[in-house]
Design a protein around this ligand. Structure first.
Ligand code: TZP
Ligand code: MG
Length: 235
């Protein structure tokens, strides 16, 4: 249906930078072990202010997620967040809204099961854009492995109050199975990830962990918290 022929999966070798050319390295090396996601309700802060504090804490790749704002307000905030991110060589991914990602020239989008299909987003955004995709069970992960996505998120790993009406909790053990399905495609664990349990998720097969509430609940400690998370050793 969509012409995605220019696309070459950039996820291969994402966490193995030795294997990448300079161009590929430029695009992919910034997907970090800790993947912060903004939330204006939890933090009480604009996306821009959260991005500033996350950058102070060492973030290199941040998703802007907004389930409440009017599109025009999200767009305006995303624009200033992007300009802060650009000055710091930080990547910005927009949740759900391919149109807003295009309008602000973000680095990519993160899509869920009911959002615009990954192939359609890829066709609109082009081969250089980063496209992430959420999955919640093994069948969805199997399908995701066939799509032109740069990384696949899987969860909720633990219970979470951040996502309303979330899918059933999948547990840590499923991460091994999902990693086996995805092969070289980077796997991001999401849902209830904290400073205390993030190393368990990484050890269970995730390449990266996405975090919302544990990073943002104390807005004055966002940078401090992220620094500690980035310094957390593997178990
Ligand atoms: N998708 C699955 S769980 C979740 C999303 C967006 C919410 C994760 O938030 P938190 O606060 O890190 O549990
Ligand atoms: Mg979505």
């Amino acid at each position: 249906m969509f012409d995605v022929s220019p696309f070459e999966r950039s996820g291969c070798g994402l966490f193995d930078s030795d294997a990448l050319s300079d161009d590929e390295l430029d695009m992919t090396s910034s997907v970090p072990r800790i993947y912060p996601i903004t939330d204006t309700a939890i933090s009480g802060l604009s996306h821009t202010e959260q991005v500033k504090r996350l950058i102070d804490g060492g973030a290199t790749f941040i998703q802007l997620r907004d389930k409440h704002s009017a599109p025009k307000d999200f767009l305006r905030d995303a624009e200033t967040a992007l300009s802060t991110a650009r000055q710091n060589d930080v990547r910005i991914i927009i949740n759900d809204r391919v149109d807003i990602a295009m309008a602000v020239a973000a680095d990519g989008v993160h899509l869920g099961q009911t959002d615009m299909p990954v192939e359609a987003a890829r066709a609109l955004l082009g081969p250089q854009a980063i496209v992430g995709y959420s999955t919640h069970n093994l069948a969805q992960a199997e399908h995701a492995a066939t799509l032109p996505a740069d990384y696949v998120a899987f969860g909720p790993i633990f219970d979470t109050r951040t996502k309303r009406n979330h899918e059933p909790v999948v547990g840590l053990n499923r991460l091994h199975d999902v990693k086996a399905i995805l092969g070289q495609i980077p796997l991001v664990a999401i849902g209830g990830i904290t400073e205390e349990n993030l190393s368990q998720a990484l050890d269970a097969g995730a390449n990266s962990v996405a975090v919302i509430a544990d990073l943002l609940t104390e807005p004055n400690k966002i940078a401090e918290k992220l620094k500690r998370m980035l310094a957390t050793p593997r178990d």
